[in-house]
Design a protein. Structure first.
Length: 459
């Protein structure tokens, strides 16, 4: 029997930060670790080169077997751990404190990957010849927008498209007692704009009042992208948004978390939502434009009286169904260019993103009539399993975050996804002191084991 805590700890000890070339050794270590564990379970494993970080493609079962065919997805890269001084323990030396395992990647996405691995090992121990074909795709660029996936899919889409559906756990649940099945992911449209004023930093006394300060231009531009009520002030930004169904709002109303509890967990003095939306709806059902970073000028202690030469802002837009990343990026870029003063030079950099994704579970008013029967059965298996394992039925929720590859896989292969949430707000994804709840870990193992066994029973 595999020890999930030991495996998550070992896997999370590799600093597999995909955005920083300094962590190439950590990327290699994480990749070798998980590839070796898959081989030990009997998978044939390929490590496929990409322009950035290789993709692991592992397979179990033959194409001619006639078995049900499941694709699993996860990623071995993690967010940077900076600032390190805000961690209570070394982010790459995981440790258990109370009912949580702390470490970078413990919840996103190494813990859930080990949950899937341990669940499959559990089922294979009882039934070594399990009649279930599995294709397991593990990428190393999810945290940077999966830029190598389009090229990979050009070569492998037909092979991946043989799967009946995809299962993954890169989404959340309300708390350790309430399970959730994610039915939607917001898309992602990232960009950066840079402003250049004078050719070099200027003395603010000698030159102040005669030249445009790039930081002032940056502040004005940034402030112009939202209205006072918090909605995005970009022409056409909301044109293609489809309003959520009533049953979706009903599912959100089942959340066990109160607004007071959410506010406390987030550590904010008050919420700031667009008109007509509560915080639960605003973070799942509506598109956004957020500033992820701004910079320019002197950043050290004390004063340095300058007009800086340059300033920048980084933005990501989260998109809802029917919005297209390229269209939104073009509209935001047009707004920035139109509003930029002539007294500074502007450069806009558009980054790779991904479209929104949504799948409707069986029995809803807008469930497609031609829904894949394998996917419908998987929904039923997991719904029943969660009622038994967690002691209550799941809520069906859209997630506020983005997993760009899910939309890409749908477009390239036609496969829809079943997404079981295994992390919570308290897990602090992308922040210092990331953790993974050990109770959720065990429930996740038991639920996935029921899914694997249930699918195979229909072989």
């Amino acid at each position: 029997m595999l020890d999930p805590i030991q495996l998550i700890s070992e896997y999370s000890s590799f600093p597999s930060v995909s955005t920083d070339p300094a962590y190439a050794e950590g990327m290699q270590g994480a990749r070798d670790f998980i590839a070796g564990k898959l081989e030990a379970l009997g998978f044939g494993v390929e490590v496929i080169p990409t322009p950035k970080h290789p993709i692991i493609l592992a397979e179990r079962g033959d194409a001619d077997s006639g078995w049900p065919h499941l694709m699993l997805y996860s990623h071995y890269d993690v967010q940077p751990a900076d600032p390190f001084d805000l961690w209570d323990s070394d982010p790459f030396k995981p440790e258990v404190r109370g009912d949580r395992l702390y470490g970078r990647g413990a919840a996103d996405n190494k813990g859930p990957t080990i949950v899937q691995l341990c669940a499959l090992a559990k089922v294979l121990e009882a039934q070594p010849d399990l009649p279930l074909r599995i294709t397991w795709l593990i990428e190393g660029e999810e945290e940077i927008g999966s830029p190598s996936i389009p090229g990979f899919l050009e070569k492998y889409a037909a092979r991946l498209g043989q799967a009946d559906f995809i299962a993954l756990s890169d989404t959340g649940c309300p708390n350790p007692e309430q399970p959730a099945i994610t039915i939607g992911l917001r898309g992602l449209a990232p960009l950066e704009f840079r402003l250049r004023g004078p050719s070099h930093d200027l003395h603010s006394g000698i030159c102040g009042g005669a030249v445009m300060n790039p930081l002032r231009a940056l502040s004005a531009l940034a402030g112009s992208l939202h209205k006072p009520d918090g909605t995005v002030d970009v022409a056409g930004f909301y044109d293609d948004v489809i309003e959520p169904q009533d049953w979706e709002r009903d599912e959100l109303a089942k959340l066990p978390t109160s607004l007071e509890e959410l506010q406390g967990a987030l550590g904010v003095p008050a919420f700031d939502c667009p008109p007509g939306l509560n915080p639960f709806e605003a973070t799942r059902l509506a598109p956004t434009l957020e500033f992820n970073g701004m910079g320019g000028g002197y950043q050290g202690e004390g004063e340095k009286t300058i007009i800086p030469s340059r300033a920048f802002a980084k933005i990501t837009c989260r998109l809802v169904p029917n919005q297209v990343p390229e269209d939104i990026l073009a509209k935001v870029e047009a707004a920035i260019r139109e509003r930029c003063p002539e007294s500074v030079e502007l450069e806009v950099l558009l980054r790779a993103g991904g479209g929104p994704y949504m799948v409707v579970p069986p029995g809803r008013p807008n469930t497609p009539a031609d829904q894949n029967p394998h996917l419908a059965r998987a929904f039923e298996i997991v719904d029943t399993a969660m009622k038994d394992v967690w002691g209550r039925p799941p809520v069906y929720l859209r997630e506020g975050g983005s997993v760009p590859i899910i939309g890409m896989l749908k477009d390239a292969t036609g496969c829809d996804s079943l997404m079981m949430g295994l992390f919570t707000t308290e897990d602090r994804l992308h922040s210092p002191n990331e953790s993974f709840h050990l109770g959720i870990m065990q429930k996740g193992i038991d639920t996935y084991a029921r899914l694997f066994a249930g699918l195979a029973s229909k072989a």
